[in-house]
Design a protein around this ligand. Structure first.
Ligand SMILES: Cc1cc2nc3c(=O)[nH]c(=O)nc-3n(C[C@H](O)[C@H](O)[C@H](O)COP(=O)(O)OP(=O)(O)OC[C@H]3O[C@@H](n4cnc5c(N)ncnc54)[C@H](O)[C@@H]3O)c2cc1C
Length: 377
């Protein structure tokens, strides 16, 4: 640490994963952090999140290994199935990446851990503070998510486009709570379903369907569980049992947003979804936010010149998140193949599983090997 952040006032807009992790990283380096959150409480919302090793390295470096371990489950594998439930391939995380941790956590539990650590690091979190224009401060961090006020200030009006896919999310009581924790993906024509267990005997479900009718983008739009069950009625394996346990479900439209062109102007900077909302198909939304937070604090700490530091931050982060967002876009297509292409793709995955199972995972070394905490050393 250079001391460049010592006693510098920073205002962060948004107390989500990006805002709170930034508050911890900046607070630990001596900044005087205030977080403005529009909600009236840091309350239980959302469903499960997957944390991959590239994000875990940051959480470890922030001293959060223990509370995160207590709040989450270590995932052993990613298992791919076809719609009948038959296995297609299994990415064995323990065998092929034994040194790394992939963790499964409820978003609300992660937010609780981060909020406690942010307060410990000296940050003041002010609730009921909906920001409509950028606050007056020498440094303002826009961690205000999908419809970021700070992003609009930097980039003007932008229009995302509907991908013609909708996603449902639900949390159910887990009948298999004693089973080895792993993420399971069931792939059918034009739709797929992802499920994994969460601590406390819960199970997270995310189900995606290609659809032409418009659906709004938002985390809190309720739907009739019957619509989810009808859409996945042809699926086999454990899926019918899981879906019959759904009492409450939310649905959201999946939109493609460009990575922000301008992340900063020397006084304002973006982190997390405010800079780069992503489709959920690489499970990297929260992890990219965590990586951003570390890199932003490291850049600001490494240079007393704020404009130079913020310029370096964008240069460091934009290529990586652009690659991750593109990989998530490509996965959407791979999961939903139909007809002959689907048969061929599943046969190729089954063959790779027999011949070189480690290779299915090593395609993502560029993603999971990255260590943001080493970048500016
Ligand atoms: C309610 C909610 C539920 C979610 N559920 C899931 C889920 O189930 N699964 C999943 O994979 N991802 C979920 N996400 C998204 C995921 O958490 C994010 O993609 C990821 O963690 C990146 O976080 P972020 O901090 O950049 O953005 P966000 O998590 O969206 O956080 C942004 C924060 O800024 C606040 N904010 C926004 N605008 C303003 C403003 N003008 N003034 C003050 N505060 C403002 C918001 O209230 C929010 O707390 C959810 C996000 C939210 C907000």
């Amino acid at each position: 640490m250079s001391g460049a952040l010592k006693d510098r006032p920073v205002v962060i807009v948004g107390a989500g994963v990006a805002g709170l992790t930034s508050a911890i990283a900046l607070g630990r380096r001596g900044a005087r952090v205030t977080v403005l959150e529009r909600a009236d409480a840091i309350r239980e919302v959302g469903a499960g999140l997957q944390l991959s090793p590239n994000g875990m390295r940051v959480l470890d470096a922030l001293g959060l290994s223990r509370p995160i371990a207590q709040a989450s489950l270590r995932s052993h594998a990613v298992a791919l199935h076809d719609a009948t439930g038959a296995p297609v391939a299994r990415l064995d995380l323990i065998r092929h990446r034994p040194q790394d941790e992939f963790r499964l956590v409820h978003r609300a539990r992660l937010i609780e851990v981060l909020a406690a650590a942010a307060r410990d690091a000296g940050a003041r979190i002010e609730l009921n503070r909906a920001v409509t224009t950028p606050p007056e401060a020498p440094l303002v961090i826009g961690a205000d998510g999908l419809r970021s006020v700070i992003r609009s200030h930097l980039n003007g009006r932008e229009v995302p486009f509907f991908t013609h896919q909708v996603a449902w999310r639900a949390v159910i009581a887990d009948a298999d709570a004693d089973a080895v924790p792993e993420a399971r993906i069931f792939m059918g024509p034009g739709r797929h379903l992802v499920s994994y267990p969460l601590p406390g005997g819960l199970r997270n479900l995310v189900a995606v369907q290609e659809r032409h009718e418009w659906q709004d983008e938002g985390w809190a739009i309720p739907d009739d569980p019957g619509n989810l069950r009808a859409t996945f009625s042809a699926f086999g394996g454990p899926v019918p049992g899981w879906l019959s346990a759904v009492n409450e479900v939310h649905v959201w439209g999946l939109f493609r947003h460009e990575v922000a062109r301008r992340w900063q102007d020397g006084r304002h900077a973006l982190v997390g979804d405010a800079a780069h909302p992503t489709l959920p198909f690489m499970a990297q939304g929260a992890v990219m936010a965590i990586e951003d937070a570390w890199s932003l604090a490291a850049c600001l700490d490494a240079s007393a010149d704020q404009a130079v530091a913020l310029d370096r931050y964008q240069a460091m982060r934009a290529p990586r998140v652009t690659r991750i967002v593109a990989a998530a876009n490509a996965n959407a297509r791979n999961y939903h193949l139909t007809g002959t292409r689907r048969i061929l793709a599943h046969a190729a995955l089954r063959a790779a599983q027999r011949v070189a199972p480690g290779q299915l995972l090593s395609r993502f070394d560029w993603l999971y090997d990255h260590d943001p905490t080493l970048e500016l050393r």
